[in-house]
Design a protein around this ligand. Structure first.
Ligand code: NAD
Ligand code: TYD
Length: 397
């Protein structure tokens, strides 16, 4: 997708009957899958607030370019003024908070950004949501939900024979990433206990599937395999993760939004505990089958590299609570989910190439730096918001 991206805006018909979701981080991997799945399944509009860091990719949302139900606002969740404005204007019935710095390796090199976005940003969003919720009344107030998307990594690491994490496992985060997510979880919990804000927190395991940025293990291995590059397995490759297909995760979040109890937390797992080496071998076998090399196997490219500092050995999820209480369980096995993922990456070379080349950022540069004139198609300005507020929050970093 090149050139202009038409931000589409939802023309509201009234204030009090507004039914819409406010999503943060909806240009990232899971948030975008959620938005695409949501709008494929129902008519309720979405306001999508995303800063467009390196992890935000509007190519992913290209199919919504002309969809009146999708409002995209480039904004930082630290920007309280813009958040206040968006809450007041769109009056969402729920917030789904995906926005975060999400990559463990980056958190080891540059932890500051993780504290800023994951802790301070979540705090700012909670404050804006609380102020908005406080002035709601009646049914609008009762139905409001704040869904906070967290991670299994807050629970720390498990011994090989230890039982999986449950919702009551004591927090023991080990990386700057997981520590910052843990801090945000505590704030969310406190906002429920202190102020009564109807929050729900979910802890998911490692997601994989379409539109994942190829810094995370599965898309990284896939893209390296196809490019004939080494497949860098950290340490001995025997670290264990539980793999969750992103479509299953989004279905779980819809169940939490619809039927979850405020104040509760829910683990969301894929029932797929695998060593990293198993994952890479399964991936290589799938590629050998679907897109064989002229000689040898993709597994020949596996290379052991230095381990990640503080690398958690094992994560495993007990997701029985969400199955018991909300009737959700994953539909995909690891094999079916991985097969879909491999096909998706093979079928979308343009998306992959624009990420690898960095060209997916061109849209941001083009629209947010080179053409700073107020854009009449942009919903907030078009509908009377202060241009200063909107433009200030839309500037490229
Ligand atoms: P991602 O890194 O792909 O996307 C994050 C999105 O948030 C990007 O679009 C980015 O532009 C946006 N963002 C970052 N900082 C922002 C800010 N200050 N203001 C507004 N937007 C900002 O992440 P993801 O993999 O989609 O993860 C989504 C959520 O799920 C995160 O909260 C993450 O901690 C959690 N999670 C992810 C996984 C996984 O396997 N990917 C596993 C467990 C939990
Ligand atoms: P990752 O996708 O970064 O997710 P997380 O660290 O949040 O679990 O990594 C998944 C696993 O794969 C983790 O144990 C680290 C390992 N890994 C590699 O072995 N090589 C790589 O190049 C990457 C990115 C990860």
């Amino acid at each position: 997708m090149r050139g202009h991206y038409n931000f589409v805006f939802f023309k509201k018909t009234g204030r009090s009957d507004s039914i819409m979701l406010l999503i943060t981080g909806g240009a990232g991997f899971i948030g975008a899958n959620f938005v695409l799945g949501w709008l494929a399944g129902c008519s309720e509009p979405v306001i999508n607030v995303d800063k467009l860091t390196y992890a935000g990719n509007l190519d992913t949302l290209g199919s919504l370019q002309h969809d009146q139900r999708h409002v995209f606002v480039r904004a930082d969740i630290h920007d309280r003024e813009t958040l206040n404005h968006l809450f007041a204007k769109h009056r969402p019935r729920a917030v789904l908070h995906f926005a975060a710095e999400s990559h463990v390796d980056r958190s080891i090199h540059r932890p500051e950004e993780f504290v800023q976005t994951n802790v301070v940003g979540t705090f700012t969003l909670l404050e804006a949501a609380r102020a908005y919720w406080n002035q709601l009344t009646g049914a609008d107030k009762d139905r409001f939900r704040f869904v906070h998307i967290s991670t299994d990594e807050v629970y720390g690491t498990l011994a090989p024979d230890a039982p999986p994490f449950t919702e009551t496992t004591i927090y023991a985060p080990n990386s700057p990433y997981s520590a910052s997510k843990a801090a945000s979880d505590h704030l969310v919990r406190a906002y429920h206990h202190t102020y009564g804000l109807p929050t729900l927190t979910t802890h998911c395991s490692n997601n994989y599937g379409p539109y994942q940025f190829p810094e995370k293990m599965i898309p990284l291995m896939l893209t390296c395999a196809l490019a004939g590059k080494p497949l860098p397995v950290y340490g001995d490759g025997l670290h264990i993760r539980d793999w969750l297909y992103v479509g299953d995760h989004c279905a779980a979040l819809r169940a939490v939004l619809a039927r979850g109890q405020p104040g509760e937390t829910y683990n969301i797992g894929g029932c797929n505990e695998k060593t990293n080496l198993d994952v890479v071998h399964t991936l290589c076998a799938a590629l050998d089958r679907i897109k064989a090399k002229s000689s040898g196997t993709y597994a020949d490219q596996i290379t052991f590299v230095a381990d990640r500092p503080g690398h958690d050995r094992r994560y495993a999820m007990d997701a029985s609570k969400i199955e018991r209480e909300l009737g959700w369980r994953p539909a995909e096995t690891f094999e079916t989910g991985l097969e879909k993922t491999v096909h998706w990456y093979l079928d979308h070379p343009d998306w992959v190439n624009r990420v690898i080349s960095g060209n997916y950022r061109n849209w941001v540069e083009l629209n947010f730096k080179l053409h700073p004139a107020p854009r009449t198609f942009f919903s907030e300005i078009a509908q009377g918001a202060s241009a200063k507020t909107v433009w200030g929050s839309m500037r490229a970093e």
